[in-house]
Design a protein. Structure first.
Length: 395
């Protein structure tokens, strides 16, 4: 069984465990940093899984290097092309309510200003509901959303199985639910999807491409994911599969960590894992929020390792400027709210065009030399607000 298939199977086990209300015990066991790595691509144990073989004699395989460079070319020196160009085609409604489900992790928090800015441009109200990541809090938040009768809801990747009863009520009321990177994809009550699973897998592949251009056949990496956050597992799949494609001899490890460790013990857990596996030369976190506090922990432990994440916020931009982080495949997280509002309006007027399903905000690969902007503002994709307003007929 391929690593990616094992990841998906394990994700479903976690989801069922969530429903059984025993998430903390299950994830704590799976996320233990004391677990030893396996030498197989199959996730045969409950901790980190590793695939490796004997080292290669040369640092780069020419064909692999060419492919990896082509993979990251769209993100170097500029943001990738803006994916939307289709005008709304009708007058944008006003006076609506836009609901955002805040899962509580740093990336979710960074979506909120964009949700608010898009709503302001449209003359809408915003309700940010504390959904968290547990079955009880997610279900409660969606139940509350039903009572609000909003224009639509933006779900930042929360598994629909956790709010199935509320989803049925929302569908009956013709309230669009726009989800980000869910395993099930469209259907079963989800009206539209941003950054579908293939798109998220591609992000993981792009991260692997970058690491290979830097380390080549000497790559020995660990990818930290969060089982409760679906898109992290899809990204891990893309990363591991692509790295093995580029370099079958390279080591690729996935390290699942509980969401409860974000902002608390995660840095020390990552350092502990690196101390147990001193040959690792690249530490890859699925998102910038997971990396907050890690540079300080690495310095305290006197560990030198190259680092990469994606969708980093202002703290990560500051890390890059200070040389505390190697690279970030950056996304302007404020754009998600605009994309979500766009899909909600189209869903209510004839449906979302198939060509727009699965779209995601552009990205840019940033290193220290690219931080020529104020890092406290994060990376901002130039002109996106004006682009949306033009597509919406607002100016």
């Amino acid at each position: 069984m391929k690593c990616g298939h094992t990841i998906y199977a394990w994700r479903r086990v976690v989801a069922l465990t969530l429903i059984a209300a025993s998430l903390c015990i299950a994830v704590a066991a799976c996320g233990s940093s004391s677990s030893s790595s396996s030498s197989s691509t199959s996730a045969s144990n409950a901790g980190a899984t590793t695939s490796s073989a004997s080292g290669a004699s040369s640092q780069f395989t020419p064909a692999s290097l060419t492919e990896a460079k082509a993979g990251i070319a769209p993100f170097l020196g500029q943001g990738s092309p803006f994916p939307l160009n289709q005008p709304l085609g009708f007058k944008a409604p006003t006076g609506k309510t836009y609901v955002f489900m805040n899962c509580g992790n740093p990336e979710c928090e960074e979506y909120i200003p964009g949700v608010e800015a898009a709503a302001k441009a449209l003359g809408w109200n915003v309700k940010v509901l504390a959904a968290g990541l547990t079955p009880q809090t997610v279900a409660s938040a969606f139940d509350a959303a039903v009572q609000l009768h909003p224009a639509g809801i933006l779900d930042p990747g929360l598994d629909p199985i956790l709010f199935k009863p509320a989803l049925a009520k929302l569908n009956a009321a013709h309230i669009p639910v726009i989800a980000i990177a869910i395993e099930e994809g469209l259907g079963n009550g989800i009206t539209g999807e941003l950054a579908n699973i293939p798109a998220i897998i591609n992000v993981g592949k792009e991260m692997a491409d970058y690491v290979y251009t830097q380390q080549g056949n000497k790559t020995n990496t660990v990818f930290v994911d969060i089982p409760e956050i679906q898109l992290s597992l899809s990204m891990a799949q893309g990363f591991v599969d692509q790295l093995h494609h580029l370099c079958p001899s390279c080591s690729a490890t996935t390290l699942p960590e509980p969401a409860s460790t974000i902002g608390s013990t995660l840095p020390s857990r990552e350092v502990s894992y690196l101390q147990q596996h001193p040959n690792i030369n690249w530490l890859v976190n699925f998102s910038g929020g997971l990396f907050i506090g890690v540079p300080q922990a690495l310095k305290a432990a006197d560990i030198k390792v190259k680092t990469l994440d994606q969708s980093g916020g202002p703290v990560n931009m500051q890390y890059l400027k200070q040389g505390l982080q190697t690279a970030d495949l950056a996304t302007d997280n404020s754009e998600w709210g605009w994309f979500g509002a766009d899909m909600i309006m189209r869903a209510d007027h004839g449906g979302i065009p198939a060509s727009m399903e699965g779209e995601a905000p552009p990205q840019r690969l940033l290193t220290q030399s690219d931080i020529t902007f104020n890092p406290s503002n994060g990376w901002i994709y130039p002109g996106y607000q004006a682009t949306f307003e033009h597509l919406w007929g607002l100016g």
